[in-house]
Design a protein around this ligand. Structure first.
Ligand SMILES: [Zn+2]
Length: 122
């Protein structure tokens, strides 16, 4: 009797990862516009259009950077499906996110489909 290869456990993280993303893209967009627009307005009034760049920079520092850091921290803390230690690295194979273990080198499949703005559960 040939034995079937044991299926590798899938690391479940799509739901938790999705929770880290803004619930509504539109709300996030409005918030960003609210922060940017006074700078653009002021820039236009003072004939200093470059002030708008500060608004964009502020949105970047206030929302984009913490968001990226949160996602990075979360992904780095996910455990490897073989040794159970935090994998540390991740990569995408056929749009499916995989954890690349820094300890044993194992590639663990996750249930995250990285397609579009927010990850989808496979
Ligand atoms: Zn490992």
């Amino acid at each position: 009797m040939p034995t079937l290869p044991t299926p590798q456990p899938v690391v479940i993280c799509a739901d938790a990862l999705r929770d880290l993303y803004p619930k509504s893209q539109m709300k996030a967009g409005i918030k960003a516009a609210c922060i940017c627009s006074p700078f653009f307005l002021l820039g236009t009034l003072l004939k200093m259009e470059w002030l708008g760049v500060i608004g964009i920079g502020l949105v970047f520092v206030l929302f984009v950077v913490p968001h990226i850091l949160r996602i990075k921290r979360f992904l780095a803390s996910l455990p490897c499906s073989v040794c159970g230690l935090p994998a540390g690295r991740h990569t995408t194979v056929n749009l499916i996110m995989h954890l690349e273990c820094e300890h044993c080198g194992h590639l663990s499949r996750t249930d995250c489909l990285m397609f579009g703005h927010t990850p989808t559960k496979v």
